[in-house]
Design a protein around this ligand. Structure first.
Ligand SMILES: [Fe+2]
Length: 293
């Protein structure tokens, strides 16, 4: 039996917890649990290191539904400890692509991510679930999770992935934001939406901002004014007035960052928001007529 602290949690508001892996080193990846009077909602599930289903039962005795802000692995990996999940309709294909990922490989990833003192204490046990077909329910804009005395509304904000959603919780004035808008917003992948579409979606999200103060994301936490910085930056990228810092992206492609970065990883000029993008996929016209993979 793996004898490591898989999870730790922090209460961030009434009936609301931020959860992270506790045995890992420098990975900052979070998920969130919101509890109502009749049910609870787990927003994202991180990588799948540890039995998250068993852990959330220590935080709530209400039945738990799982919803993902988007389909990337570091947000859905723990889904496989549950029977079903709710996924943005345009990201379901991405999620289904993980079916068949062996638990042995997940275990190796966990070991590589573990702090030195825990590496030898991890064993391949029920804390690591192989991916398997499961019930997937689509969610999209306007859907509401009613937890009993507490409702969370789904708002579409595609860009980082086509289907990316956020969830707005009027009870706590929190927007659970996934990777929608942060200090390292990645729009460099082939399935990201063009920057111009992302900009329109951010502007639309801004119209919901009077309902929340904080944006609790998958990796970073900001107040809602980060949306303004995102809008300003995306507009600069479209106008061609950003820093256009050339880099090799995560998939080996030539990409750009909107702002230069300092040696410590922060963004030059005091910018809290930054984004990567594919310079050939900035506007809808850029992507029109291209082969869709
Ligand atoms: Fe992501």
């Amino acid at each position: 039996m793996s004898n490591v602290p898989f999870f730790e949690s922090e209460k961030i508001a009434d009936r609301t917890y931020k959860i992270k892996n506790a045995f890992t080193g420098d990975i900052d990846t979070f998920c969130y649990l919101a509890e109502g009077e009749t049910g609870a909602l787990l927003i994202d599930t991180m990588y799948g290191f540890g039995d998250l289903n068993a852990y959330v039962k220590t935080l709530t005795d209400k039945p738990v539904k799982v919803v993902n802000t988007h389909g990337h692995w570091d947000h859905v990996g723990g889904n496989f400890h549950f029977d079903s999940c709710y996924i943005p309709v345009r990201d379901i294909n991405t999620f289904q692509g993980y079916i068949g990922f062996p638990k042995e490989q997940l275990f190796e990833l966990a070991k590589n991510s573990a702090k030195d003192e825990y590496k030898d204490l991890l064993v391949l046990d029920e804390n690591f679930a192989g991916t398997h077909p499961m019930k997937v329910y689509p969610v999209s804009d306007g859907d509401v999770f009613d937890l009993g005395g507490r409702k969370l509304e789904v708002v579409d904000c595609g860009g980082h992935t086509p289907g990316h959603i956020v969830l707005i919780d009027d009870m706590t004035r929190i927007c659970f934001a996934g990777d929608v808008c942060n200090g390292n917003t990645l729009l460099e992948f082939d399935d990201c939406l063009p920057v111009s579409v992302y900009l329109e979606n951010l502007k639309r999200l801004k119209t919901y901002a009077p309902r929340f103060d904080m944006m609790y994301g998958g990796h970073e936490i900001f107040d809602s004014s980060i949306i303004d910085e995102g809008i300003e930056t995306a507009a600069k990228v479209i106008a061609g007035t950003d820093d256009k810092v050339k880099e090799t992206g995560m998939t080996g492609k030539d990409i750009c960052y909107a702002y230069k970065k300092n040696d410590d990883g922060s963004n030059e000029g005091g910018h809290r928001f930054n984004m990567s993008y594919d310079p050939e996929r900035v506007t809808v016209d850029d992507v029109r007529g291209k082969v869709i993979r």
